[in-house]
Write a protein that binds this ligand. Structure first.
Ligand code: SIN
Ligand code: FE2
Length: 226
């Protein structure tokens, strides 16, 4: 059975190495960041990605900014690439605001290369998965929530020494402005979004939730030039 943390932010039982920073961005900070994201989306529109092999459409729509972006499709599966799959253009540059968030939270000496922008409407969710398409797991994944609150789930199967073993998952709410950092032992933890709570934020005029995940993709010694 999954542990459930309702209401108040609580860090008991979270995977080791995970940092949860409720209220990392105040409302003006959230508005400023949202304005940057809107500009990115104007250049690199949200699109609906498809799962590898089955081609099943995801319920979340996505885009990216930075030198690389995370994409998935039926034929080629999960990967990073420099171009938007629909427009064929390079992803927009990563706004300074996002680089600043990485500098404050990542505790990692090299800049992020990708920011995946996920948009959840009222019905969208994301199944449990690991973020493992990056070359360097020493770099954390820094995640920021904007808009409606979601029920986030983390834990479950961990891969240790090549073996899968079961484990409990824990779920808790992420609200607009909350940050989490998947670092250390939590870097490869399974995580997902069980549901969105519509009407819990006034940040996005038409509702929904935006999640931003900042990632280092390449090993620093093989870095793309900035
Ligand atoms: C993700 O794992 O890519 C998104 C997580 C979230 O939406 O909080
Ligand atoms: Fe993820």
């Amino acid at each position: 059975m999954a542990a459930q943390v309702e209401g108040q932010a609580q860090t008991d039982g979270l995977p080791k190495g995970l940092r949860f920073v409720p209220g990392y961005l105040d409302r003006p900070g959230q508005e400023k960041l949202l304005a940057c994201i809107r500009e990115v989306v104007r250049e690199a529109p949200l699109y609906t990605p498809a799962m590898p092999r089955t081609g099943k459409k995801m319920s979340v729509s996505m885009t990216n900014c930075g030198p690389l972006g995370w994409v998935t499709d039926k034929e080629r599966g999960y990967r990073y690439q420099a171009m938007h799959p629909s427009t064929g253009r390079h992803w927009p540059a990563m706004p300074a605001e996002l680089r600043h968030i990485w500098e404050e939270l990542a505790d990692y000496p090299h800049p992020p290369e990708a920011c995946l922008i996920n948009f959840y409407d009222d019905m969208a969710k994301m199944g449990l998965h690991q973020d493992r398409d990056e070359e360097d797991f020493d770099a954390p994944v820094v995640s920021l929530s904007l808009g409606d609150t979601c029920l986030f789930r983390i834990g479950g199967l961990f891969r240790t020494g090549g073996k899968q073993r079961g484990g409990k998952t824990i779920s808790f709410r992420l609200a607009s402005g909350d940050a989490i950092v998947l670092a250390g032992a939590s870097r490869l933890a399974h995580h997902g979004v069980d549901k969105i709570y519509p009407g819990t934020s006034t940040l996005l005029k038409n509702g929904g939730r935006i999640n931003l995940t900042l990632r280092r993709v390449t090993r620093p010694d093989r870095a793309l030039s900035a």
